[in-house]
Structures are given as structure tokens and as C-alpha cells.
Design a protein around this ligand. Structure first.
Ligand code: PXP
Length: 245
């Protein structure tokens, strides 16, 4: 039997509340109100991605959230100097470094820690100096996990997109890749997070990976919120993650 950690945490990504607002360049729905609702539902942290193209979250959202929410703010960000400047000013409790391409619909694939090493080292150092816990969003690949530890990251967030998109035997293989990466990362002293494409059904097998301490989930929760409200959508996911505790 797998022994699960006492409390696996839920980070709620509210980017798509801003997506709806930006569709009209209007004032509603309020990203802050969404964050507070998510907190009420049991979110352990609030995640937003300040993209270089500002397609959803805006700089002002990040400033406002950092001042007004109660749980830690987790800023997803590329290592571009412009975004780093915002992050160093805001000093969120956590930052998750992600790759970013202009044309993508959402983050595709994890960071290649070998190709942008210089920028990563400098971003990690600058963020750590401001006491920001830095995680690196990577695919479940052994060399990437080892490199994350060498770079001195606080955590890795394992990209679960391939798992979420797979089915049958392929999905089982993806779980094994995640399990292996999580175990290796934990042995190397990294905290293990996971996210991307997770929903109310496919999360279950990952709950059995005891090294995963935090899940970051956005699209499925915001989608469900349309029908049941955000606080309830979050509390339903939280209940799944904590096993009803
Ligand atoms: N974690 C990271 C690093 C992401 O880039 C995203 C998407 O913004 C998520 C988690 C959440 O993914 P989803 O919206 O598919 O739940």
C-alpha cells in the first residue's frame, strides 16, 4: 500500500478568469474575487501566469493579488528580463519558471534546463535573493530532474500534460515516468509539485505518488466553476486531494 503524505496541497490557477475578462477588455470577472473564492474553497495557494503577451493576467492583477490574498501567491513566469523585473518587485512567495512560446494555446512541454542554463541560473539566484521559492516546470525526464537539483531549485513541478493526454497502456507508462521522476527528485532533496491538464477524474492515480506534495490545477476547476461556483469547484477538488479529510 502506498503511504500518502499527510496533506497534499492544492494550488488553484485562475488565469482563465482573466481570459474571460480580457475577452471584453472589461472589469469583470474580478481576478481578486476569484482568488478569494478559491481560498474559501480551500485553495492552499493561488497561481497565475503573467505571460509575455499578457493574454490573460495583467501586471496589475499580480500586484493586487500579492497584496490582498491570504494564501501564498505562486507566479508562473518565463525567464524574460521584463517578467523577472515584475517578479522581483512583487516578491511572490513562490515562482514557477516555465517555457513560453507566443503562439501556443497553453504551456507546451517543460523547460529544457540545459538550453537556457545561463538565464535560469541568474533568474533562480535573483529570486532566491528575494526569498522566493523557485520551482522549475519540467517533463518527467531523469536528466532534467538531476539538472534541477544541480541548479539549486527549491522544487520541480512535473509536467503532467502527456499523462493527461494519454490513455490505456500509454497512460500507465506516463504514470510510471512521473513516479520515477518524483522519487528521484525527492531523493535529490527537491520538493515535488505536479500540474497541467489535471481534472476531477485523472488526478486519482497521481494521488498515489507519495512524493507529490502539491498539485497546480486551473482549467478544469474554472470550467466546473461555471456550473457550481468557484468556491465549490475548488472544495470538490480539495476533497479529492485530501481524501475527504
Ligand atoms: N502548472 C503549470 C506550470 C502551468 O503552466 C499550468 C497552465 O497554466 C498549470 C499548472 C495548470 O494547468 P491546467 O490549466 O491545465 O490545469
Amino acid at each position: 500500500m502506498t503511504v500518502r503524505p499527510l496533506s497534499q496541497k492544492l494550488g488553484v490557477n485562475i488565469d482563465h478568469v482573466a481570459t474571460l475578462r480580457q475577452a471584453r477588455r472589461a472589469a469583470e470577472p474580478s481576478v481578486l474575487e476569484a482568488a478569494l473564492e478559491a481560498e474559501q474553497g480551500g485553495a492552499d495557494s493561488i497561481t497565475v501566469h503573467l505571460r509575455e503577451d499578457r493574454r490573460h493576467i495583467q501586471d496589475a492583477d499580480v500586484f493586487e493579488l500579492s497584496e490582498k490574498i491570504y494564501v501564498p501567491l505562486n507566479l508562473e513566469m518565463s525567464v524574460s528580463s521584463e517578467i523577472l523585473k515584475v517578479a522581483l518587485h512583487v516578491k511572490p512567495e513562490k515562482a514557477c519558471l516555465v517555457p513560453e512560446k507566443r503562439q501556443e494555446l497553453t504551456t507546451e512541454g517543460g523547460l529544457d534546463l540545459f538550453s537556457k542554463k545561463k538565464q535560469l541560473v541568474s533568474a533562480i539566484g535573483a529570486l532566491f535573493a528575494k526569498k522566493v521559492e523557485v520551482s522549475l516546470f519540467i517533463d518527467p525526464i531523469e536528466e532534467q530532474v538531476r539538472e534541477a537539483a544541480r541548479l539549486g531549485a527549491y522544487a520541480i513541478e512535473i509536467h503532467t500534460g502527456s499523462y493527461a493526454n494519454a490513455s490505456g497502456v500509454k497512460q500507465k507508462e506516463e504514470i510510471e515516468r512521473i513516479r520515477h521522476a518524483a522519487r528521484l527528485g525527492a531523493n535529490l532533496g527537491l520538493r515535488i509539485h505536479a500540474g497541467h491538464g489535471l481534472n476531477y477524474e485523472n488526478i486519482f492515480p497521481l494521488l498515489e505518488v507519495p512524493e507529490i506534495l502539491e498539485f497546480n490545477i486551473g482549467h478544469s476547476i474554472v470550467s466546473r466553476a461555471l456550473f457550481v461556483g468557484l468556491s465549490k469547484a475548488v472544495s470538490e477538488m480539495k476533497r479529492i486531494i485530501t481524501g475527504g479529510k
